[in-house]
Design a binder for this molecule. Structure first.
Ligand SMILES: [Zn+2]
Length: 115
């Protein structure tokens, strides 16, 4: 059985978790904070709306990615890290290098995305 360097993977995952937490904190609208940032009469209202929509989309992506990172860290604890969660085959090393949080092999990922 091929051994995966989980120590390095864990460090990378924990670093991305910290990054994602920072992004999510930045993107999450702050409750209770004044919503009136601009000076009155500012012509930026439309731009702000577009910015809000983009921030919401980014927040969604970051939240989903954070979930995958948390799951990958859990697989390290379980000793199943580096195996496809669908078929159980070891993930190609290059795939884990590109995406340490990858959960599926290319074939299963392609199937999941075609649904
Ligand atoms: Zn698979």
């Amino acid at each position: 059985m091929r051994t995966v360097d989980t120590q390095e993977a864990r460090e990378r995952l924990e670093a991305s978790l910290a990054d994602l937490d920072r992004s999510i904190a930045t993107l999450t609208p702050r409750v209770g904070e004044s919503e009136h940032h601009g000076t009155p009469g500012d012509a930026d209202a439309g731009l702000d709306l577009a910015d809000n929509a983009r921030a919401a989309a980014l927040l969604e992506v970051a939240t989903e990615q954070r979930r995958q990172v948390v799951e990958a860290l859990r697989r390290i604890e379980d000793g199943t890290y580096g195996l496809c969660v669908i078929c159980g085959e070891p993930l190609p090393e290059g795939r884990l290098e590109a995406r340490p949080e990858a959960a599926r092999c290319m074939a299963c990922q392609a199937k999941a995305e075609s649904h």
